[in-house]
Each structure stands twice: as C-alpha cells, then as structure tokens.
Write a protein of this length. Structure first.
Length: 412
C-alpha cells in the first residue's frame, strides 16, 4: 500500500488515454516486451466519440486498419455561399470515413493481444515525480485508487494533455477548434461523396461538414475556431439542420441518433514533446492537420513510434528508474515525428489561419481555384502533404493557385 492508502503497482510504462494514440502506443510497447498499463477515463473504449472520423485510405492501409472499418469516399464537394465545386477521383476512393468506435476497439484488442493491461473508467488524477522527472501516475479506478510507479508515462490524453500539464511540460492551447456533430439516419445520402461547407451561414470561423458512413447514415457537424469566434457550434448545427442548408436539402428526412462533441488543437506542434520520464503523443503533442482538423492517422503512426521508442528507453535503463526513459533517450521519438510532419503542419496552419478570416465573397472566389485540380492534387493539398516539389508542380499546372497568397505562404 502507498502511504496515502492507495494500492501500488509497478509497470514499465503507464499510458494516459485510450484513444488511437494511446492504444497504438500500448500495442507497440507491449509487443516490444514492456510491461504496460493504459488508463481510459470513460466507461469503455470509444464510449464518447469526439471526432468526425475523416481520414485517408492510403494511410489506413499503411497502418493496417481493415477496410471494413471505414466507408470509402471518391468525391469531394466544397460549398460556399454562392459557389460549389465537386472534385471526383473517377470511382477510385482516396478518402474515407471511419467507424470510429469500431476502429478504436479494434486497436484496443490489438493492444490487449500484445499483452497490455487496459483499465476503463480509470482517471489519472496526478503524476508522480522524483525531483524533476516524472516517475508514475496516480489513478482513480473502479477497484480504488491506484499508484503506478514506472520509468515512463506516455500522455495520450488528447486535447487536455492532462499528464503533461500536471507535470509542467505543457500549457493550455491558445488556438483550437471546437466541434459539434450529429450522427444521423437519413433517407438517402451519396455514400461516395463527402461535403465541406464554408461561409458565415455555416461557421463564422471554420466550416461545416457532411461525412457519409453509408447511404442512410451520415455525420453532420460544425467546427468553430477559437479564439476567432465564441459561437456555440451546437447552436450553429441546429440552425443548419433547421434551415436544411445545402447539401442537407438532398438528404430527405434526417434523424440524429448520436451527438459527438470535441476539441482539437489548432496552433501547430508542441515545441517540446518529451521530458525525463514523460512523452506526449497525438493531440496532446499537437499532431493534427489544421486544414480539416483530423489527426487519427498521426495518432496511430506516432503512437506506435512512441511505444517502440519508449520500450527501448525503458530497457536501456537496465531496470534503474533514474537511468531509464531519460529525455535524451526519448528524443529519437521527437526527432522522427517532427521530421515527418512538423513542417507540413506548420504550412497547413498558415493556410488555415488565412481561411479563418475570409468573407463569404472571398470564400466564393477561394474555392474556385479548386475547380481545375485533379483528385490527386486536391487530396495532397487538403491532407496537408505540402512538399515543396508537389507545390511547385501544382503551381505550374494551376497558375491561379500560384497567384494566391496561400501558395506563397506554404512555400515560405
């Protein structure tokens, strides 16, 4: 027993959060031989859905996510107050809408199969410290309070970055998106087409969306940027549904069956994602694409990287807590993920920051530049795959894009 009456357990790695980043980290670390425990504060994995689930098929394939867990999308509809553009990949799906609950539970079973201990309805209420280093966590669980001493804590708690904030590694996000979404029955949706809607009637500082899961199931939502707007996304969503703004007018009867509400950081990558005994991943580290505020692919990819690097860092300490999982031993993780996406996230943030301030008339002109883009060009752009070579090629093919301020910002 710990001195405060809580029970005490020893693990190599404690993971805070049972979303895709935490579950991927748990699987990878356990598969590498680490003794892992994961704490999820909700009653079940994916009990509360906080994301619209839009992602990209090539990423899901590379990450080994089975195709039955998502709906493929091959058409992309952009709607502004007085304009609209439809981009089609000719029946070759490039994007997808995930069954979020099933995907997360798939990741949970992989983690359990690898040997990780998963604890639901278990909230991490504090971090343990030995001097300046993080040395474990204290959690409230259905079996009582539990104190876990371990060389490494992985914070995969999402937007809240709760463990990193308790440890003093992270502060509150200054810019972020807040979204409200209904998952709905509808009479008839185009299951191969998702829609993004922009302009003040949809969102004063953001966008709205219709993402299909099948011909009778869609997610209809609104995202709003803070601090640019203090509007309530749920009120805006209700207004869109009541007025049946495009493209809702084509869906027939719409009946909500679930409400999703969530937050996502929108100010780029954290400057620091590792410290002695602590590593942050997923939204907690700012690993999100600002253009469509999606990050599940990053969460899984870098969650696995976190688990692998973390397991090695623990082993390299030779069992000595003071030597294991030092900041230096974890920096491979930070170097790798930042080399992979930090500059892309920064470029996408520049574009997104400009988009937030557009008027309705400017939006009508802005989406016009998408009209002549191929599906491949559009997907590279919207998923924030901003390599210099791709952007130069895009500019050569589309002079109107090259003339736009957003293009020059991306290449800076």
């Amino acid at each position: 027993m710990a001195s405060d009456g809580s029970s005490s357990n020893s693990y190599d790695i404690a993971i805070v959060g049972g979303g895709p980043a935490g579950l991927a980290a748990a699987q990878a670390a356990a598969a590498a031989g680490a003794n892992v425990v994961l704490f999820e504060k909700d009653e079940a994995i994916a009990h509360s859905v906080r994301t619209s689930g839009v992602s990209w098929i090539d990423s899901m394939d590379a990450l080994g996510i089975p195709s039955h867990l998502y709906n493929p999308v091959s058409n992309y509809h952009f709607i502004s107050p007085s304009n609209d553009v439809l981009i089609s990949s000719g029946g070759r799906p490039r994007s997808c809408v995930l069954d979020v609950r099933a995907t997360y539970q798939h990741l949970a079973f992989l983690a359990a199969e690898a040997g990780a201990t998963l604890m639901v309805r278990s909230n991490v209420i504090n971090v343990l410290k030995e001097g300046s280093r993080v040395a474990g966590v204290k959690a409230s669980t259905p079996a009582g309070d539990l104190e876990v001493k371990c060389p490494l804590v992985i914070d995969a708690s999402g937007f809240s970055a709760s463990a990193a904030r308790k440890a003093g590694l992270a502060g509150e996000w200054r810019r972020y998106g807040v979204g409200a979404e209904y998952e709905c029955y509808c009479d008839h949706a185009d299951e191969a087409t998702w829609s993004l809607m922009v302009g003040r009637q949809y969102s004063e500082a953001g966008y709205a969306w219709v993402f299909p899961l099948s011909k009778n199931r869609v997610r209809v939502g609104v995202g709003i940027g803070r601090p640019e707007s203090q509007a309530d996304p749920l009120e805006k969503l209700h207004s869109i549904l009541e007025k049946r703004l495009r493209p809702l007018d084509r869906l027939g009867r719409i009946q909500p069956v679930e409400l999703h509400y969530g937050f996502i950081p929108n100010e780029g990558s954290r400057s620091q994602s590792v410290a002695d005994g602590l590593l942050t991943v997923g939204d907690a580290a700012g690993q999100a694409n600002p253009l469509v505020l999606e990050g599940i692919r990053y969460a899984i990819e870098f969650g696995r990287l976190a688990g692998e690097v973390g397991a090695r860092a623990v082993k390299n300490g030779g069992g000595a807590a003071a030597a294991a999982a030092s900041k230096e031993s974890l920096e491979e993780y930070e170097r790798t993920w930042k080399a992979r996406v930090a500059s892309k996230i920064a470029s996408a943030l520049k574009v997104q920051s400009r988009w937030v301030g557009l008027s309705d008339e400017e939006w009508d002109r802005e989406i016009e530049i998408l009209r002549d883009m191929s599906a491949d060009e559009f997907i590279d752009f919207i998923k924030a795959d901003f390599t210099a070579a791709k952007m130069v090629k895009l500019a050569l093919h589309h002079p109107r894009l090259a003339a736009r301020q957003l293009f020059s910002m991306v290449l800076k």
